[in-house]
Design a protein around this ligand. Structure first.
Ligand code: ZN
Ligand code: FE
Ligand code: FE
Ligand code: ZN
Length: 274
C-alpha cells in the first residue's frame, strides 16, 4: 500500500513534523508515501496564507524532503502538492508547476468562485437550491479543472456529497462526463479515506462511483489526507477489502509525474505501461 495524500506543517493547519508521518508510514509497512501540501495561491481571495503553503515555504519544503530522503532510505518519499483548481489561477498554476520537479500533482476543488462568502466548499448553505444543482456547480468546476490538463490525479472526487445523497443518483450525467474527462486526460483518481472520518462515513469516491471508474479503466491511487501523523494510511484495511471485490481495479504509481500502472493481482510489481 502507498499513501499519496499527506499534509505537512507547511499547510499551517496540519499537526506534527514530517518525520512523524514518515515514521508512522514505516511502522505500518507502507512502500511509498507522497507529501501533498496545499499549494501556495498568492492573493487568493479567501486571503488565507494561514491554511496553505506560502510562496517562501517552497524552498524549505524541498529541503525537508531532501533531508527525509537521506535519513529514511527504506521508504520512497515522493514530492507532491495538492493544487486547488480555482478559476482564474490557471496561468499561475502552470508556471508554478513547471518550476519544480514534482512527482505527483493532485487536483482538488475546495473553493468555488461563483459561491458567496468565502467560496468554501464545506460551508455551503443554499436553502432554496436543489442538491442536484449544488452538485452540478461543483462538478462543473471539477470538469474545468480536468480540462486544464495541469493535473495527474483527481483527489476526493465527490467531496461535495452529503450523507445519503450520492452524486450518482442526482447527477449521473455530470459524473459520467467527469469520468470521461479523466480518462481522456490520462489522469488517475484518488481513493481518499478522509470521508470515513466525516459524517458521510464513506471514502471519496463512494464505492458505487469507484466501480464506474474502475470499469472505465481508470487507475486509482490511495490517500489518507492525513493532517496528523496518526492518520497516515487511515482505514486502508477497509480499502483493501473494497479493492478485493474489484478484480479489474488497477493502481497508479508516480515518479516525476509519470504514471506506472499495476493490477492488484500483479505479484511481479508494477509493470511499466507508459
Ligand atoms: Zn488541508
Ligand atoms: Fe483537499
Ligand atoms: Fe488534502
Ligand atoms: Zn485533500
Amino acid at each position: 500500500m502507498v499513501d499519496y495524500h499527506l499534509h505537512t506543517p507547511f499547510c499551517r493547519h496540519a499537526a506534527g513534523p514530517m518525520e512523524a508521518y514518515v515514521e508512522q508510514a514505516i511502522r505500518l509497512g507502507l512502500q511509498e508515501i507522497c507529501f501533498t501540501p496545499h499549494i501556495p495561491l498568492p492573493d487568493f481571495p479567501r486571503g488565507d496564507p494561514n491554511v496553505r503553503m506560502r510562496p517562501e515555504d517552497i524552498d524549505r519544503y524541498w529541503e525537508a524532503l531532501e533531508r527525509l530522503r537521506g535519513r529514511y532510505r527504506q521508504l520512497a518519499i515522493l514530492a507532491g502538492v495538492e493544487a486547488d483548481y480555482y478559476e482564474g489561477y490557471e496561468e499561475y498554476l502552470r508556471g508554478f508547476l513547471a518550476r519544480y520537479p514534482f512527482d505527483l500533482v493532485l487536483m482538488s476543488v475546495h473553493f468555488i468562485r461563483a459561491w458567496p462568502g468565502e467560496n468554501w466548499l464545506f460551508g455551503f448553505h443554499f436553502p432554496h437550491k436543489p442538491m442536484a444543482c449544488v452538485y452540478h456547480e461543483y462538478l462543473e468546476e471539477v470538469k474545468k479543472g480536468i480540462r486544464t490538463g495541469l493535473y495527474d490525479c483527481l483527489a476526493h472526487l465527490d467531496l461535495v456529497k452529503q450523507p445519503g445523497q450520492p452524486l450518482l443518483d442526482s447527477n449521473p450525467q455530470d459524473v459520467a462526463e467527469v469520468i470521461d474527462l479523466c480518462a481522456a486526460a490520462g489522469m488517475s483518481v484518488e481513493v481518499n479515506t478522509s470521508g470515513l472520518r466525516r459524517p458521510v462515513r464513506e471514502p471519496y469516491p463512494s464505492p458505487g462511483l469507484l466501480e464506474r471508474i474502475v470499469r472505465r479503466g481508470i487507475p486509482v491511487v490511495t490517500g489518507s489526507d492525513a493532517h496528523e501523523p496518526r492518520l497516515v494510511a487511515h482505514a486502508f484495511a477497509e480499502l483493501e477489502r473494497l479493492f478485493a471485490g474489484m478484480p479489474r481495479l488497477r493502481r497508479a504509481f508516480y515518479r516525476g509525474r509519470r504514471m506506472r500502472m499495476a493490477s492488484t493481482r500483479d505479484s511481479e510489481g508494477p509493470a511499466l505501461l507508459r
